[in-house]
Design a protein around this ligand. Structure first.
Ligand code: KG4
Ligand code: ZN
Length: 331
C-alpha cells in the first residue's frame, strides 16, 4: 500500500511517500526558517501562506521522486494536530481533497505519534514494547509504547517543554531563531561547571519534568551585575547539561520502572549531541539500548506522518475520504 503523508503543523512543509512493501520512496521537507527569522519566532499567518505556496509543488516532486502516479495512492495521511490551526488546515485540506478525488481514505495523524514511531523507519528498528522519550518544542513526555496506538503516558513536563526551554534560553542569550540548535552549538564550545543551575524535579520520585525554572535561573545570571556576554558559551554549556542530566535520569528511571530495555528518543531535541552521548553511555553501562530516528527525521517531516498513517491503515483503521477536514490544534 502506498500512503502519501503531509505535515504542516508548524514551520516545516513535509511530504513523503511510504510504501508498506518497499519503505520510504520519496521524502521532501521545505523549512520556513528564513521566512520567520526576522521576527524571532514563527508567525502563524506567514506559516499558513507559505504552506499553501509550497505544498502543491512538494506533492508533485515527491511523487516524481518515487516514480508514483497520483492514481496509484492507496491513502493519504496528514497531521491533524497539535499545531497552528491555520497551518494544519492547509495540509488537511490538501490531503482530504486528494483523498476525495481519488476515492481513497484520508487518515488524520497525531503529530506526536508521528515522532514517536519515526525510529521504526531506521534500518535497525526497535521492537515493541519500548519506552519513548518524546522531546520536541511543544512536548516532553515519557511513554510506554506497547504497539501502534497503544501508548501509556508515564510522565511529562508540567510547564515548558525541553525544546521550548532551549528556544527561550537562546533568546535570553541573544541568539537568533531557531534558538535550540544554535544554543546547542554554542554549548559545544563551552565548559560546564562555572554556573550553578538547578536540576528541576530530578528527585521528585515521579517521571514528570519542569523546565521553566531553569530558564529563570539563566535570566537571573544574565541580568546580574558583572555579567559578561563572553561567558555565554559556558552558561550555554551549563544550561544544556542541566536539561540533558534531567532527561537522562528520568529516561533511565522509566526503563527501570517498566522493566523494559529499549528506549526510543524522538522529537527535535533528540538531535542534541550531548543528550545522545550521555544517554548512550548510561544505557551501554546497563546493557540497555537507545534508538534514534535518522537525523533528517528528528525534526518535523512528512515521512513520519506517512508511516504512522500506513501503520494505522494496516491495522484496519478506515476513514472515508469524505472531504471533512479533521484538525485538532490542541489535540
Ligand atoms: O520536533 P520538532 O521539530 O518540532 C516540534 O514538534 O516541536 O522540535 C523542534 C524543537 C525546537 O524547540 C528546537 O529548538 C529543538 O527542537 N531542537 C534542539 C536541537 N535541534 C532542535 N534542541 C536542542 N538541541 C538541538 N540540537
Ligand atoms: Zn514536531
Amino acid at each position: 500500500m502506498k500512503v502519501l503523508g503531509i505535515e504542516s503543523s508548524c514551520d516545516e512543509t513535509g511530504v513523503a511517500l511510504y510504501d508498506t512493501e518497499r519503505g520510504l520512496l520519496g521524502h521532501r521537507v521545505h523549512s520556513q526558517i528564513d521566512l520567520h527569522a526576522a521576527y524571532g519566532g514563527v508567525v502563524p499567518e506567514l506559516a499558513s501562506r507559505d504552506h499553501i505556496r509550497r505544498l502543491p509543488l512538494l506533492v508533485r516532486e515527491t511523487l516524481a521522486d518515487a516514480g508514483c502516479a497520483l492514481g496509484e495512492l492507496d491513502a493519504l495521511a496528514y497531521t491533524a494536530g497539535p499545531g497552528l490551526a491555520g497551518a494544519l488546515l492547509v495540509g488537511a485540506g490538501m490531503a482530504e481533497a486528494l483523498a476525495m478525488a481519488l476515492g481513497v481514505p484520508a487518515l488524520p495523524v497525531h503529530h506526536l505519534e508521528g515522532h514517536l514511531l519515526s525510529p521504526l523507519l531506521a534500518a535497525d528498528p526497535p521492537a515493541f514494547p519500548f519506552v519513548a522519550l518524546l522531546v520536541s518544542g511543544g512536548h516532553t513526555q515519557l511513554m510506554r509504547v506497547s504497539g501502534v496506538g497503544e501508548y501509556e503516558l508515564l510522565g511529562e513536563s508540567l510547564d515548558d517543554a525541553a525544546g521550548e526551554a532551549f528556544d527561550k534560553t537562546a533568546k535570553l542569550l541573544g541568539l537568533g531563531y531557531p534558538g535550540g540548535p544554535q544554543l546547542a552549538r554554542l554549548a559545544e564550545q563551552g565548559t560546564t561547571g562555572r554556573f550553578r543551575l538547578p536540576r528541576p524535579m530530578l528527585n521528585s520520585g515521579d517521571l514528570d519534568f519542569s523546565f521553566s525554572g531553569l530558564k529563570t535561573a539563566v535570566l537571573n545570571v544574565v541580568s546580574a551585575p558583572g555579567w559578561h556576554a563572553v561567558d555565554a558559551v559556558d552558561l550555554a554549556a551549563d544550561f544544556q547539561q542541566a536539561v540533558v542530566e534531567v532527561l537522562v535520569r528520568k529516561a533511565l528511571a522509566a526503563l527501570r520502572r517498566t522493566g523494559l530495555r529499549h528506549l526510543v528518543v524522538a522529537g527535535g531535541v533528540g538531535a542534541n549531541r550531548q543528550l545522545r552521548a550521555q544517554l548512550d553511555e548510561a544505557a551501554r553501562r546497563r546493557g540497555w539500548r537507545v534508538y534514534y530516528p535518522e537525523p533528517e527525521l528528528c525534526t518535523d517531516n512528512g515521512a513520519m506522518i506517512a508511516f504512522a498513517g500506513a501503520l494505522r491503515l494496516a491495522a484496519g483503521e478506515r476513514v472515508a475520504g469524505d472531504g471533512e477536514i479533521r484538525i485538532r490544534p490542541r489535540w
